[in-house]
Write a protein that binds this ligand. Structure first.
Ligand code: 5GP
Length: 361
């Protein structure tokens, strides 16, 4: 486990509000309990419950959003989440979040995202590169390039943002999110994710916003096949997103389509097992995709909600599927090829992995 922890890693599927520390959630719940907004003992039970169905997970997210959706808290959790990922040697993090509007506290989707960016600016435990270029093309963050493995310099993490469209949203709301993503490109926003309760909403509702996003050069990743919905899975694959998340309920036809299109899959082992999307780890589609050399990347999904870390996900894959040090290192390194950031970042990351490879033996 120690070597997996020290190995550089790339995280491409992490939801901000799903990655909150338990301690932070409990602290926020206690505070709201004291104010009489919630009954702490009821909420504590929901937060600490370990096994949740996919349906219960979305109920938990509604609760988390009540606890976290004010500007100050959004800033705090962003900072903490980034520092937590960096502490386990995640060198590149694509963090996704759903911009939220809450008129009662003067929050717009934009001000929500500004609070997220504030959180990136507030990161202090490590060096962070989150907005690579000013509008004039010069780097915003001219930070020391660190050797992540030598322990003598501060760690550095690259963070880029994806804005999520929630499946509960209308076409207009989805379009608003895409426009916001376009306005915030200089703050490291690279693309759009489609997520939220998979039994809610229709593909046709989101398609216009996703097509617009693509036309404008944003990259797209879709939660795909979390529930059995053949028609939607096929529509999503025909759309040819840059990546898909999960891919659990695929049948032969969809596997064929996925494999011929070579769309990389964001694999979230613990999340799939905890939510019973996959019955047991030994039959997870990771094994087949890995064997067939289909592009894939191990991810946490919601490290707070599912009590996991990226190192634990690598450990789970290694121990279940009998993969050794070199294979796991190679798996982590190939993920660099699937990031949404530009070639400059890719080269930096490859340099980090090359350096780490020398210390592997
Ligand atoms: P946020 O976008 O608020 O930062 O992160 C939490 C949100 O991400 C949830 O409310 C939900 O919309 C989405 N999310 C988190 N985990 C999952 C997942 O496993 N599947 C899907 N479809 N959406 C998720």
């Amino acid at each position: 486990m120690e070597w997996l922890l020290s190995m550089p890693k790339v995280e491409l599927h992490a939801h901000l509000n799903g990655s909150i520390r338990d301690s932070t959630i409990l602290e926020l719940a206690r505070l709201l309990g004291e104010k009489g907004v919630i009954v702490f003992s009821d909420v504590e039970h929901v937060i600490m419950k370990n096994d949740r169905s996919l349906h219960e997970v979305f109920k938990l997210f509604d609760l988390i959003h009540i606890l976290t959706t004010d500007h100050k808290t959004v800033t705090r959790i962003t900072k903490e989440v980034v520092e937590d990922f960096a502490s386990e040697n995640v060198v590149y993090l694509e963090l996704r979040t759903t911009p939220k509007r809450n008129d009662s506290i003067g929050m717009s989707k934009r001000s929500y995202m500004e609070a997220v960016v504030e959180g990136l600016r507030a990161v202090s435990a490590v060096d962070i590169d989150f907005a690579p270029h000013n509008t004039d093309g010069n780097p915003v963050n001219d930070m020391i390039t660190n050797d992540i493995c030598n322990g003598t310099t501060r760690k550095k993490i690259y963070v880029r943002l994806l804005l999520s469209i929630d499946r509960r949203e209308t076409t207009e709301a989805a379009m608003e999110t895409v426009k916001l993503a376009l306005e915030m490109r200089d703050f490291g926003v690279l693309g759009i994710d489609l997520s939220g309760n998979p039994i809610v909403g229709e593909w046709s509702t989101f398609l216009p916003a996703l097509e617009f996003a693509r036309e404008q050069g944003l990259q797209i990743t879709l939660h795909c096949g979390e529930v059995p919905n053949k028609e939607e899975i096929n529509s999503m694959l025909d759309f040819l997103p840059q990546r898909v998340g999960h891919a659990c309920f695929f049948q032969e036809e969809e596997w064929k389509k996925l494999k011929s299109s070579k769309i990389p899959v964001e694999i979230c082992l613990t999340s799939n097992i905890r939510t019973n999307t996959i019955a047991s780890i030994d039959i997870h589609h990771f094994a087949n995709l890995y064997t067939e050399k289909h592009p894939l990347v191990l991810c946490t999904d919601d490290s707070g909600v599912f009590s996991t870390t990226l190192s634990k996900e690598y450990h789970l894959a290694a121990s279940t599927f009998g993969l050794g040090k070199c294979e796991m290192f190679q798996l982590a390194k190939t993920a660099v090829g699937f990031i949404f950031a530009d070639d400059g970042v890719k080269q930096d990351l490859e340099g980090i992995f090359d350096l780490a490879a020398k210390k592997l033996d």
